[in-house]
Ligand binder design. Structure first.
Ligand SMILES: Nc1ncnc2c1ncn2[C@@H]1O[C@H](COP(=O)(O)OP(=O)(O)OP(=O)(O)O)[C@@H](O)[C@H]1O
Length: 377
């Protein structure tokens, strides 16, 4: 009939997607499988809050894309719907200072932003704490990507204020959930001793999903996101296999979306293995893109300089960096360390002939992939 139906081609008003939104990064999935024991441990720690007491503080760790944020968001959603407990989720990649964290708490508690100038931290803190006491509310704060507070040297102060709030404001009940995907960072060990003495968190670990679990989760997602028959078993198995290479579930979700778009580009009703392979060239970098989003201008500049001087000695890279930013060596070293901890570069000590030990800086991703994305974000 010429409307595209007979030859299996998509027409303009058709799509392989039933609901494209389920492939977006902020989508909270209805079903959350293979995390039963982690959810149980978190519930155990939160339960006192429901009875009006301070909950147990918790440290949630695990590699990227293993469901840590989703688990906490799901439980926070339940607490909000079924109890009086107040919950606030703070993304420390965005809010990476004590002041910024407390501004978020203020906003969540009063439903409006604190005035943008002139409010001291002390005042902000007092208003938050007094409101909690007055309302007899328990507050649970999730500091997500808490590793960023450490990179900015703000972690100890922030935690100190949160954990000892009840000393300055009797009756204030605050519990914290720290979430970190930096497995090299020993969170408790890296805190000041004054904080360590009051911080003995429960530990909840999120291991990477194995390939069968990944298949199971992505199959479910594909069922909701695609029309029937768009992605077959062999195709989904390939997606699961590629996702298992890093273990980051975000790669798989991005793959499904991009593969769907590729199929549509060919006006095809079904996703092929080639659509998936082609998508993987982009999807394998979702973690890189996410890391880049949180960088400041000078951090981006340094990364671009390393991309141009890959493998060179720290001193040589500094020359090029200094030319572009005017920043001094101390600041430069701090940024090198941060990029190293984010696994964007590797700063490794090597012996340089006759000149002792020096660090060489190596990009951990393909230089073009980094430079392209630095332009985009
Ligand atoms: N068990 C699961 N079932 C369904 N979807 C899941 C599951 N685990 C993770 N996801 C999905 O995978 C993506 C990444 O999960 P999430 O953001 O919770 O990971 P994370 O461990 O917090 O990662 P990061 O440490 O990088 O912040 C999200 O889109 C989430 O919906």
């Amino acid at each position: 009939m010429g409307d595209g139906h007979d030859d299996g081609m998509l027409s303009w008003d058709e799509s392989v997607f039933r609901d494209e939104h389920v492939f977006e990064i902020d989508y909270v999935p209805e079903t959350f499988k293979h995390r039963e024991s982690q959810l149980e441990s978190l519930k155990y720690a939160l339960r006192p809050a429901v009875r009006g007491s301070r909950p147990l503080n918790t440290m949630v760790r695990g590699p990227p894309g293993t469901g840590k944020t989703t688990a906490v968001q799901k439980l926070f959603g339940e607490l909000r719907a079924q109890t009086e407990v107040r919950t606030v989720h703070v993304n420390c990649q965005v809010d990476s200072t004590r002041y910024a964290v407390f501004s978020r708490l203020f906003e969540a508690i009063f439903d409006y932003e604190p005035p943008s100038s002139g409010v001291s931290f002390k005042k902000l803190f007092r208003q938050v704490a007094e409101q909690l006491v007055e309302e007899d509310d328990v507050l649970v704060v999730a500091l997500d990507d808490v590793n960023y507070l450490f990179y900015e040297n703000e972690a100890s102060d922030t935690l100190y204020s949160l954990l000892r709030a009840h000393e300055a404001h009797s009756g204030a009940k605050i519990g914290v959930i720290l979430i970190s995907s930096d497995l090299d960072l020993d969170v408790v060990d890296s805190l000041d001793s004054r904080v360590q003495s009051v911080f003995r968190p429960e530990e909840v670990y999120f291991p990477v999903y194995d390939v069968d679990e990944i298949y199971d989760i992505l199959h479910e997602r594909a069922k909701r996101g695609f029309h029937d028959g768009v992605a077959g078993r062999p195709e989904l198995e390939r997606v699961a296999e590629l996702t298992a290479e890093s273990g980051d579930l975000r790669v798989g979700i991005d793959l499904l979306k991009r593969a769907g778009l590729n199929a549509e580009m060919r006006a095809s009703r079904t996703v092929s293995t080639e659509d998936i392979e082609e998508a993987y060239d982009k999807s394998k970098y979702v973690h890189l893109s996410r890391s880049l989003r949180g960088l400041t201008d000078s951090e981006r500049t340094l990364l671009a300089v390393v991309a141009d001087h890959d493998g060179e000695q720290a001193g040589e890279v500094y020359e090029a960096f200094h030319e572009r930013t005017d920043l001094g060596y101390t600041r430069y070293s701090e940024i090198v360390n941060k990029l190293d901890r984010l696994n964007l570069i590797e700063a490794e000590y090597t012996d340089v002939d006759g000149r002792g030990r020096s660090r060489s800086l190596e990009l951990q991703y393909d230089a073009d992939a980094v430079l392209d994305r630095l332009e985009d974000v």
